[in-house]
Design a protein around this ligand. Structure first.
Ligand code: F6R
Length: 608
């Protein structure tokens, strides 16, 4: 979704802002822009399009200044065009604003401004900030920023410039994340860490309703009452700096290949082999609480929701707590019964997804114990919940989630094992699973080493218009995830189903032109999956089978077999999704699609 970058220092701002916009573009955007202070006025350049096309049109001579703000916009209020792109400004162009988030009362504010004779030129809610700030500013930027916090409802992160303040950026945060990057005689403002890496040595996370006044040598922080507060700085750690492609042609492929190392680190740090215990003390759920829970709600969207499906199986199956996976945007509508015996888990890579944030907030309000299974601990959801299980996947740049999904599965399995431990339902369980978890990175590596076979299958499916993905039990979610990956990056229409649904409708779609990917690896659901595969075969459907090494039936039943090593059924979804990630990657690549930044999608969806 939208991204913010701001710079004030002694270097030219334009190249820093353009590079920042490039680094933010993984979030998805349809327009971009910059404002730079020069000779007492703000120079604003912005338009619909990608930064590669826009930046060459922005003349460094006309934008020669050392303080500026930049933005990537993903349209919500108003179509993507020049007028609606950010920075937005007031009528005199004395104020420029870039904004992530939404003003909920923007219609009322617009009407009030228009009634006062203020001309509004864009369809955006952001423009309101520019007019309100300009009218409230009397030389004191904190007072004008406080006026915005008072007048505007919703979630927003803002970077603001005023023509009367040559080297100053005013940063305001409510609900949406905003960081100040602290460098040497230069400071930056950004909506996430990526554009700060390499320039800033430390960051200040703006808290709720805080205002920062940022100049090249100073960062002053104020609360909503205008009182100055201490700005806590934290260093940028090594893993946060790691944002290159490491020689891979795409971030997605790099991230798929990072999975073995990430899984190893997560599992190794959480299992105490000596005492046969899962160590999740920092998550903050006591044995007593575990024993008292009588329901688990796992809440997420998209890929994270698919991880929730698996999470519900393992939490119920291993820890014996009735568990359900729920799409975050449907949560409130159910009016769930909530109290302290409900464990509500928000599963989210970004920790910023608005639907998930709203759902988990209602669980907080209802008195449930709340937990985030997150990749960004310092996120909006991370600050909302009682505890966080950090899945430590490292930065994920490709819009399509891969390594985060397998980390979510591993994190949820560890959580279920911990629950089982506390509730006494896990006797001997860890002894059984620990070796499988230990071998898991190597098993994933084995599948990655079989990319050539996947390439052959991709050459075949690249021309398909539609595809089906089938799995059962733990792998029902794998099927949904395989279909989501395929549709989002290759634009082939793909549907994923728990295979038992086939005869209740989807089987009508089976034909030679609709390849079916079936996950039928060894384990309790294999026989029934093979039954489904035969049904597809009997209708002349093409089959790509994910099967376990040594399965004697696989070659006979399938057009292509994607072999995976024999693993414990509880960890099979982690291994089985990998050939599907590779298949979607390769199919998208062969079809000439923009693998890392598929059309219409944003990495982080911060609107409802
Ligand atoms: C798909 C994908 C999305 C996200 C979803 C939730 O590849 O990445 O479906 O999983 O938008 O995002 P987070 O996990 O950030 O809450």
């Amino acid at each position: 979704m939208c991204g913010i970058i701001g710079y004030t220092g002694s270097s030219q701002a334009l190249p820093v802002l353009v590079q920042g916009i490039r680094l933010l573009s993984y979030r998805g955007y349809d327009s971009a822009g910059v404002a730079i202070w020069q000779d007492g006025s703000l120079r604003i350049r912005k338009d619909k399009g990608r930064i590669e096309d826009l930046a060459p049109r922005w003349s460094p001579d006309e934008l020669a200044g050392t303080t500026g703000i930049g933005h990537t916009r993903w349209a919500t209020h108003g179509v993507p065009n020049q007028v609606n792109a950010h920075p937005q400004h007031d009528d005199g162009e004395t104020v420029a604003v870039v904004h992530n988030g939404i003003i909920e009362n923007d219609l009322a504010l617009r009407e009030a401004l228009e009634a006062d004779g203020v001309p509004l030129v864009s369809d955006t809610d952001t423009e309101v900030f520019a007019h309100l700030f300009a009218r409230a500013f009397d030389g004191d930027p904190v007072a004008a920023a406080r006026h915005l916090l008072e007048a505007c409802h919703g979630a927003f992160a803002l970077a603001i410039q005023h023509a009367a303040m040559p080297d100053t950026i005013i940063a305001v945060r409510r609900g949406s994340p905003l960081l100040v990057g602290v460098g040497v005689r230069e400071n930056l403002v950004a909506s996430d860490l990526r554009p700060l890496v390499g320039r800033a040595d430390a960051v200040i996370d703006l808290g709720e309703d805080q205002i920062a006044i940022v100049t090249p040598d100073d960062v002053r922080l104020f609360d909503a009452d205008g009182a100055e507060i201490t700005a806590e700085r934290r260093p940028i750690d090594h893993s946060e700096r790691d944002i290159g492609k490491d020689g891979y042609p795409h971030f997605m492929l790099k991230e798929i290949h990072e999975q073995p190392d990430r899984i190893y680190e997560l599992v190794a740090s959480r299992i105490d082999p000596k005492h046969q215990r899962v160590r999740l003390e920092d998550v903050g759920i006591t044995d007593e609480q575990w024993r008292a829970f009588d329901r688990v709600d796992l809440i997420g969207c998209g890929t994270a929701f698919h991880a929730c499906l698996y999470g519900a199986y393992v939490l119920e199956g291993l820890a014996g707590i009735p568990s359900r996976a729920l799409m975050a945007h449907e949560y409130d509508a159910r009016k769930p019964h909530l109290d302290e015996r409900v464990l509500a888990i928000a599963v989210s890579q970004s920790g910023e997804t608005m639907d998930t944030k709203i759902a988990i907030q209602s669980a907080v309000d209802g008195g449930a114990h709340t937990l985030g299974v997150l990749n960004v601990r310092e996120s909006v959801i991370g600050r909302t919940v009682n505890g966080v299980l950090d899945i430590h996947a490292g930065p994920e740049v490709a819009v399509a989630s891969t390594k985060v999904y397998t980390q979510m599965l591993c994190g949820l399995l560890l959580l279920a094992l911990r629950g089982a431990q506390a509730r006494g339902t896990g006797d001997g369980l860890l002894a059984e699973i620990a070796p499988a978890l230990k071998r898991l990175p190597d098993d994933v590596r084995t599948v990655l080493g079989r990319f050539d076979r996947v390439r052959e299958a991709a050459r075949d499916v690249r021309r398909a218009g539609d595809m089906l993905f089938l799995g059962r039990g733990f792998d029902a979610g794998t099927a949904l995830e395989g279909a989501l990956k395929m549709k989002e990056i290759s634009y082939i229409h793909a549907e994923g189903y728990p295979a038992g649904e086939m005869k209740h409708g989807p089987i009508a779609l089976v034909s030679r032109e609709v390849p079916t990917v079936a996950i039928a690896t060894s384990g309790p659901t294999r026989e029934r999956m093979i039954g489904n595969v035969r049904e597809v075969r009997a209708r002349d459907g093409e089959i790509i089978l994910v099967a376990t090494d040594g399965d004697g039936d696989a070659e006979k039943l399938a057009d292509f077999v994607l072999w995976v090593p024999e693993v414990h059924p509880l960890v099979a979804p982690v291994v089985n999704v990998v050939p599907l990630q590779l298949l979607s990657y390769e199919t998208a690549r062969l079809r000439g699609c923009d693998v890392d930044q598929p059309r219409n999608l944003a990495k982080t969806v911060t609107v409802q």
